[in-house]
Write a protein that binds this ligand. Structure first.
Ligand code: CMP
Length: 331
């Protein structure tokens, strides 16, 4: 694809150069991957050095949208991706524009800005990992947010046609696969059907083996989990000092099975993980990243907050007053 320079304006009205390609309007296209003719589109290949391919593979390793692809689809996606560097202040995406590419971060930091009631606000940020720009390509809608680089760095770009041919088609299959399960989740009862389907679009399935640690207490949080199959133990480790003696105490504070969720607390409170989670036997979880969690699960916050209040009651019941000298704070 051709690379062009465009003079644009940032949120403060100052002119900035963007090297990212603008497409003519695509928003009128219907979203129906089953009827898409894009299967017949030519495969896109951007040659890469071994070192580039290695860096690309590393950057894409944890991209949830790629997790459900089979090896052939994943390899086609990697072939089609191309690298772009950018400077601090550059607009990668502008709200309301048409969607051209999906972006995976190789390195660099970005602000996510949105106009809310006519006022531009920073609603989030990306810090050297993750991806963005999928919404306009998935749903044929204008860009939902502005993404501005806050450091120099590099991105991997996937063109819109390849994204639709592979990722959107794959999502249609995923919807069929998970529709029933998602409809049955009490957590999502406040969502409309179309909103639940958007939840399915951003979920990816991840398998864990017996005793594998899924989240670690104290870690920074970037994902939310729904148990698809198996059992997950939530363990709280508390250290307490008793007469020159350090004691570590591990207590199982919850157990989650199919349809239950965990990992929401740190995302809601913006704090490190308050407890660890371990697989009991083979486990499969549906995983959602923090940006999708914040964007899609706002209406479910009441149910989550009720459960968070229950955690506190549970902990008070579990740890009596003799444990008041704990160093770790209970969630
Ligand atoms: P898209 O609408 O294609 O372009 C802007 C991108 O910003 C969007 O896809 C998402 O990938 C990303 N984004 C991050 N946070 C949000 C948010 N809260 N609302 C909308 N888009 C967001």
């Amino acid at each position: 694809m051709d690379e062009s320079f465009y003079l644009m304006h940032n949120s403060c009205g100052a002119p900035v150069m963007s090297r990212f390609i603008r497409r003519a309007s695509v928003c009128a296209e219907a979203f129906n991957p089953d009827e898409d003719d894009e299967e017949k589109e030519q495969r896109v290949t951007h040659p890469k050095t071994d070192q580039q391919r290695q860096r690309l593979q590393e950057a894409c390793r944890d991209i949830l949208l790629f997790k459900n692809l089979d090896p052939e689809q994943f390899s086609q996606v990697l072939d089609a991706m191309f690298e772009k560097s950018f400077e601090a202040g550059e607009h990668i995406i502008d709200q309301d524009d048409d969607g051209d590419n999906f972006y995976v971060i190789e390195r660099g930091t970005f602000d996510i800005c949105m106009r809310v009631d006519g006022v531009e606000k920073i609603v989030g940020a990306y810090d050297n990992k993750g991806s963005f720009g999928e919404l306009a390509l998935m749903y044929n809608t204008p860009r939902a947010a502005t993404i501005i680089a806050t450091s120099p760095g590099a991105l991997w770009c996937l063109d819109r046609l390849t994204f639709r041919r592979i990722i959107v088609k794959n999502n249609a299959l995923k919807r069929r696969l998970y529709e029933e399960f998602i409809q049955s989740l009490p957590l999502l009862t406040s969502l409309e059907l179309s909103e639940r389907m958007k939840v399915v679009d951003v979920l990816s399935s991840k398998a864990f083996s017996d005793r594998e640690q899924i989240i670690a207490q104290g870690d920074l949080a970037d994902c939310f989990y729904i148990v698809e199959s198996g059992q997950v133990r939530i363990i709280l480790k508390r250290s307490r000092t008793r007469k020159d003696q350090d004691d570590n105490e591990e207590v199982e504070i919850a157990s989650c099975s199919r349809g239950q969720y965990f990992g929401e607390l740190a995302l809601v409170t913006n704090k490190p993980r308050a407890a660890s989670a371990y697989a009991v036997g083979p486990v499969k979880c549906l995983v959602m990243d923090i940006q999708a969690f914040e964007r899609l699960l706002g209406p479910c916050m009441d149910i989550m907050k009720r459960n968070i209040a229950n955690y506190e009651e549970q902990l008070v019941a579990l740890f009596d007053s003799s444990h008041t000298d704990t160093e770790e704070k209970a969630p």
